[in-house]
Ligand binder design. Structure first.
Ligand code: GDP
Ligand code: MN
Length: 380
């Protein structure tokens, strides 16, 4: 899960990283008063969940409150990489003497949190990683042992050079690390971490991503969720306990188990089709889930056929069958369904479906061949 800069800065403030006062507005009419309150000389910043706002024209300095209002008007409604700007942040403009970068990421390979720090901040870090990777210092932090203070001080000395800055950066890193661990973040980033006067570093931008699987532990983080991050399909799928990812093919897939769902997509490709989605109905048996899965898949106008592939273990084939029947009763299924059921209660499931006129197979290759042929309009 991603949050906006203003939300990350609120967390920073709560944890003790100094951030500037800020106002967040959704209506350009509020900009002038907000800018006035913040001293007139302000920065006006688009709040979107994608990076590179500066380059896209979503970050503007204003000398007066009237200028700020004008910028806010221009930025609100702007499209930045497909996202429409609905909020802008207004903060006192800082004088930037130098831009550094400080970030923490979770590295799954080494199972460590990696501190990344560079003197070449301000620019896109992904770009810097390509053009000048040696400029980025990476410092792995062992999650059990925590930060090795002496080693951290040595790393920060190379980057920040002067003691007051090294001390501030070290304190910022300690707090960021605590925030990262306590809130189950996957990324936290300050870019630019700016030198705003000879002896002061400031977090002029803030970015945080969180582990979705840990959100249940953090109501405060969950409350910051932004609807624009997720498609309606993904929101609905989540509500019904389905793991769903949209893809751009034509064959809707309903499968139980993530591994089988991936294998099913591979086989669909192998036989010349393209999956419209990844969908795992999960291990539990629940006809309602199947109904909702079909409903979500059918919203996609590209879907020309649906493949249901169930390997019943904990999932019972008769529950899946009941879900399919519920769906056909409640919604107009305008595309062909190909059903493959094997495993627990296969016989019962099959009988229920055949009674309603569905053909049910137990051979996966045959089912996939059939669904690919059907979606191409050929005779199966
Ligand atoms: P991003 O492009 O989405 O990363 O947005 P940032 O918040 O990092 O802003 C982009 C750039 O705008 C920064 O690298 C700065 O150069 C500039 N900028 C942002 N805030 C200020 C500010 O308060 N004062 C000045 N002078 N420049 C700023
Ligand atoms: Mn930035």
């Amino acid at each position: 899960m991603k949050i906006h800069e203003y939300q990350a800065k609120e967390l920073f403030r709560e944890y003790g990283i100094p951030v500037q006062d800020q106002a967040v507005i959704t209506d350009a009419g509020e900009a002038e008063a907000a800018a006035q309150r913040l001293g007139g000389f302000v920065v006006v910043k688009a709040q979107v969940l994608v990076g590179g706002r500066g380059k896209a024209g979503g970050v503007k300095l204003a000398k007066t409150a009237a200028d700020a209002a004008q910028h806010a008007r221009a930025i609100l409604g702007m499209d930045i990489k497909g996202e429409t700007v609905e909020k802008v942040l207004i903060a006192p403009a800082a004088d930037i003497l130098k831009e550094y970068y400080v970030g923490l990421i979770m590295d799954r390979t080494t199972k460590k949190i990696i501190l990344m720090v560079t003197k070449e901040g301000g620019v896109d870090i992904e770009e810097l990683a390509v053009t000048n990777p040696d400029a980025i210092i990476k410092f792995p932090i062992d999650i059990v042992q925590g930060i090795d203070e002496a080693a951290l001080a040595a790393v920060l000395k190379d980057v920040f050079e002067r003691q007051p800055l090294i001390d501030q950066a070290a304190e910022t890193v300690r707090i960021l690390y605590r925030l990262f661990v306590e809130k189950d973040a996957t990324l936290v980033e300050i870019n630019p971490y700016a030198l705003v006067d000879e002896n002061t570093l400031a977090a002029l931008d803030a970015k945080m991503n969180f582990d979705d699987n840990a959100l249940y532990k953090h109501d405060d983080v969950e409350a910051m969720k932004n609807a624009e991050e997720y498609s309606q399909d993904e929101i609905d799928a989540k509500e019904y306990g389905l793991s769903f990812v949209s893809m751009d093919g034509e064959i809707g897939c309903i499968v139980n188990g993530a591994g089988l769902a991936m294998a099913t997509m591979d086989i669909v490709k192998l036989f010349g089709g393209n999956p419209a989605n990844f969908l795992d109905v999960g291990g539990s048996s629940n006809p309602e889930k199947v109904l909702q899965a079909i409903r979500i898949i059918l919203r996609n106008p590209k879907v020309k056929a649906i493949l249901i592939n169930i390997f019943g273990g904990i999932t019972r084939c008769d529950d899946i069958a009941r879900g399919i029947i519920m769906a056909t009763d409640q919604i107009d299924i305008s595309v062909p369904l190909v059903i493959r059921l094997v495993g627990t209660n296969q016989k019962e499931g099959r009988a229920l479906l055949e009674e309603k006129g569905f053909a049910v197979g137990d051979d996966l290759s045959e089912a996939v061949r059939k669904v690919v042929a059907l979606h191409k309009g050929a005779q199966a």
